[in-house]
Design a binder for this molecule. Structure first.
Ligand SMILES: Nc1ncnc2c1ncn2[C@@H]1O[C@H](COP(=O)(O)OP(=O)(O)O)[C@@H](O)[C@H]1O
Ligand SMILES: [Mg+2]
Length: 387
């Protein structure tokens, strides 16, 4: 849907900012341009909406050479989000978001509805935020408004230049996840620029690694880039700990799960004890009739006198809530973070809300080995990685 054909850009008679770039981004795909500062990422992005004109080659959007499309028309069809959000400081949030719909000539009621919908979409309560001015927003809120504004005209293409760069690390991770969820609904064709390899790996369907001069080093899925860096430059850029980075792009596999004994709330304590003893562990997962996860029990630990549950009574009063939970398909990184956050020995894995099994440290280790293709895994490195 977006195609660069032998695109070069030189500023004046200087060296190339971008040289002979060939790149194709499929419709509905999120492509991340990643590389060090000065690599030409912003220049590449700006050639899509003609903020920069190529010195040679051409850029096609939806099969159309953008140099033949009216600039204003092109920008209506191309959402653009930049660092610090780039909001119009003298306009209220509502008017910032309304700018493209008004350009498109929508009537007032429709513009208003659209503004409210867009703010809600990015998690900002319209009645609270619509009347505010940009200086009354936090960095994260301003970025959300930037995304809302870029999406307001429902453009098929979204260009994002370091959109979360000015947000603190925690806020950035949240914005990344929210944007991914949004993209899962909207399926825009997105080109996003970042110099942060972790952000690229998290966000991209495919990532294009650029070196100085806009030289494309590799264009592949994050897993592929991490597993098989195409050049020494890419290997250096993704870092020696790329094996750990692969945690972020390796989904939990059903084969990695451990199946501990499962009981229901009405299972008797005696039966639950027998089940865990047979397995040689001291806990069981409690699942409801609909397959939903209810918690866990340690039947061996229940003192009949204290708990008031006799061996023939049900385990229901002994069920403890289980906080460490992830969905099948989540990354190993998410599972590991969940384990650490809840100080849990294992995490329960759900598939569409139904309990499936648990991921234990052994399972995580096996999955990690699988993901790094048999490279040695050093637990000390895990502990220090700060994930
Ligand atoms: N308007 C400009 N005039 C001259 N040189 C520029 C201009 N914009 C960018 N450059 C140069 O082009 C190269 C690529 O810049 P840029 O696309 O901004 O890189 P990145 O976004 O990867 O940091 C850099 O060497 C930069 O100095
Ligand atoms: Mg830049």
């Amino acid at each position: 849907m977006i195609r660069f054909e032998a695109v070069s850009k030189r500023y004046g008679r200087g060296t190339y900012a971008v040289e002979e770039l060939d790149l194709e981004v499929a419709r509905g795909e999120l492509c991340v341009l990643v590389g060090p500062s000065g690599a030409g990422k912003t220049t590449v992005l700006k050639m899509v909406n003609r903020l920069v004109e190529p010195s040679s080659g051409r850029v096609l959007v939806g099969g159309q050479d953008v140099s033949l499309v009216d600039r204003v028309e092109l920008r209506r069809r191309t959402g653009y989000v930049i660092q610090q959000a780039g909001l119009f400081p003298h306009l209220r949030v509502a008017d910032n978001v309304a700018s493209v719909p008004r350009l498109l000539g929508w009537d007032r009621a429709r513009v208003r509805r659209r503004v409210d919908d867009m703010l809600a979409l990015v998690g900002l309560e319209p009645s609270v935020y619509a009347p505010r001015y940009p200086h009354e927003l936090s960095g994260g809120q301003a970025q959300r408004v930037g995304v809302a504004r870029a999406l307001a005209g429902d453009p098929p293409v979204l260009l994002m230049d370091e959109p979360f760069g000015a947000v603190d690390p925690l806020g950035r991770e949240r914005l990344q996840q929210e944007f991914l969820r949004l993209q899962g609904q909207l399926h825009k064709t997105v080109i996003m620029v970042t110099h942060d390899i972790d952000e690229a790996v998290t966000m991209g369907d495919r990532i294009a690694v650029l070196a100085q001069g806009g030289l494309l080093q590799q264009y592949a899925t994050p897993a592929e880039v991490l597993a098989h860096p195409a050049t020494a430059f890419v290997a250096g850029f993704v870092g020696a700990d790329r094996g750990l980075r692969r945690l972020a792009v390796t989904p939990i596999d059903e084969g990695d799960l451990y199946m501990p004994p499962v009981v229901s709330p009405s299972t008797t304590l005696a039966a639950a004890r027998a089940a865990v003893e047979a397995e040689g562990i001291d806990w069981a997962v409690v699942v409801g009739a609909g397959g939903e996860l209810l918690g866990w029990v340690e039947p061996g630990r229940a003192d009949d006198g204290v708990s008031g549950v006799g061996a023939s009574g049900a385990v229901a009063p002994l069920v403890r809530p289980l906080e460490a939970v992830v969905s099948l398909g989540s990354s190993l990184k998410v599972a590991f973070a969940e384990m650490l956050q809840h100080d849990a020995g294992w995490v329960a894995v759900l598939d569409k809300g139904r309990y499936l099994g648990v991921l234990t440290p052994d399972g995580l280790h096996a999955a990690l080995r699988r993901s790094v293709g048999g490279q040695p895994v050093e637990p000390a490195g895990l502990a220090q990685s700060g994930m």
